[in-house]
Design a protein around this ligand. Structure first.
Ligand SMILES: [Zn+2]
Length: 466
């Protein structure tokens, strides 16, 4: 490899690792230690151009994270940026550091919910997500070796205890609950051990030992199979609910006392009602994949629903722009600005959820059962050539527009009929089309699926198996 740390000549990243929302690759195949150093040097230029001079750095529990963190810190400091190392913890702890330590930027070394051999970086600059064209710019700066030199200070700061205290201080339940938590051996483990000691109730912890090999199961709560251990734990302990986290703690998974999964949009109905109670008419944001039930429910309890584009960085930016107190995605990213900072923190969402349930006469299962019954598909992802994925969606949109369909095209096309709705959008990160449909009953869902399949066929795409 021609990776030389980007000192004399330009540094080229593997083009696949500079993604829409983060930098991510397979360690020693597409992502190398030299990339971490070059990333530090390139990001230092962006920090300085924004008038900043300091950066917090954290890391998750992957086996490759210490070495990547070391090189990243080297790249930042040799470019004149003061580095505050906060050590091992979840991604929201790094965000917490970026918001409270008086630093100008933050970088988290994490592979999030992905397999153990992957790793990467999430970045924030001046309390805002650094994504899209910002990330492409890192590649351009590195390729030209347009680096700066300097001698930044490196210091270690303990932030975990402050972070955990901040989480626990927003617990507002009255009735102690029995909660099973599954950290999935991810980076939330130690924070979870500490926060559950500070919050009333009986807390049963699963897989709280941080282990970057993820021996119990994959730390991704959006896949039902990764919640089986949590479901069994909830039944065994007759718990009120179960809460799981992804590998770096920015996504949550929840099961009720019967062991049923509440997907991101179902969970949001509960969280949104609580925020709207205190802030009537508040705008609550959810992504285009969310159920119509969520948008209707937000309106029913007196809030203002806003459907927005999918992507945690995009949602965070929109939230800051309009001052929304709460936002959430199907994927389990939940963003609280109400009493908090507006970034996605699954531990914080978990504490707020048990606070809500600890003040309510109803159980989570009751709340779930009160929602109108609909039938929907999961998120369907199917391959489509990179060069075609956006044009297919545009063709479908144009045909529907001509036909006078009721639709929104904020992110792909989401079509509403008397049966329900269906969504078709292009993934920002893969050569994939994403679809979802939801109907008021099985027959309605079938008609929606047929309409979607018909549109795909008209653009020469093989429809997925629903
Ligand atoms: Zn994550």
């Amino acid at each position: 490899m021609a990776n030389d740390g980007g000192r004399a000549s330009g540094h080229r990243f593997d083009p696949t690792i500079l993604r829409e929302y983060d930098v991510r690759g397979t360690v020693d195949k597409t992502l190398f230690e030299a990339d971490a150093r070059a990333l530090g040097r390139a990001f230092a230029v962006c920090i300085a151009q924004a008038g900043g001079k300091s950066c917090a750095v954290g890391r998750d529990g992957r086996l490759s994270s210490p070495a990547l963190e070391r090189e990243l810190v080297q790249g930042l400091s040799e470019s004149g940026i003061d580095v505050v190392r906060i050590g091992l913890g979840p991604t929201p702890m790094l965000y917490f550091a970026a918001y409270t330590l008086g630093v100008d930027a933050g970088v988290m070394v994490t592979g999030s919910h992905n397999p153990p051999d992957q790793n990467g970086f999430k970045l924030v600059l001046q309390k805002r997500s650094f994504y899209g064209s910002d990330i492409q710019r890192l590649g351009e700066i590195a390729a030209k070796a347009a680096f700066r030199t300097g001698d930044g200070k490196v210091s270690d700061v303990e932030v975990l205890e402050k972070y955990v205290e901040r989480l626990a201080s927003d617990y507002d339940g009255k009735r102690p609950l029995t909660v099973v938590w599954d950290a999935g051996n991810g980076a939330t483990g130690e924070a979870l051990v500490r926060v559950t000691k500070k919050v009333p109730g009986k807390h049963i912890l699963l897989n709280e030992t941080i282990d970057g090999r993820f021996p119990a199961h994959h730390p991704d709560p959006t896949e039902a199979k990764n919640l089986e251990q949590l479901q069994a734990g909830v039944k065994q302990h007759r718990a009120d609910l179960g809460i799981a986290f992804d590998g770096d703690g920015d996504r949550i998974g929840v099961v009720d006392a019967q062991g049923r999964i509440l997907w991101g949009d179902q969970l949001m109905t509960v969280l949104a009602a609580d925020v709207i109670r205190v802030q009537p008419r508040a705008t609550i944001i959810a992504d285009v994949k969310a159920s119509q039930v969520l948008f209707d429910e937000i309106a029913r309890v007196g809030g203002t629903p806003l459907m927005w584009r999918t992507g945690h960085s995009i949602i965070k930016s929109k939230m800051a722009e309009i001052g929304a107190p709460l936002a959430g995605e199907m994927s389990g990213h939940i963003f609280y600005a109400d009493r908090y900072y507006g970034y996605d923190d699954a531990l914080y969402a978990g504490i707020r959820l048990i606070g809500i349930l600890g003040r309510s006469a109803s159980s989570l299962a009751d709340m779930r059962d009160r929602l109108p019954a609909v039938v929907n598909t999961p998120e369907l992802r199917f391959p489509c050539e990179e060069s075609r994925k956006f044009s297919v969606v545009t063709e479908v949109r144009d045909r529907l527009k001509k036909a006078g369909a009721e639709m929104t095209d904020i992110d792909g096309v989401r079509v509403r009929t008397k049966d329900g709705w269906w969504l078709l959008r292009a993934s920002n990160t893969q050569a994939v089309l994403v679809a979802r449909a939801e109907g008021r009953d099985d027959a309605a869902l079938d008609r929606l699926k047929r309409a979607l399949a018909g549109e795909l066929a008209a653009s020469g795409v093989q429809p997925p198996k629903f």
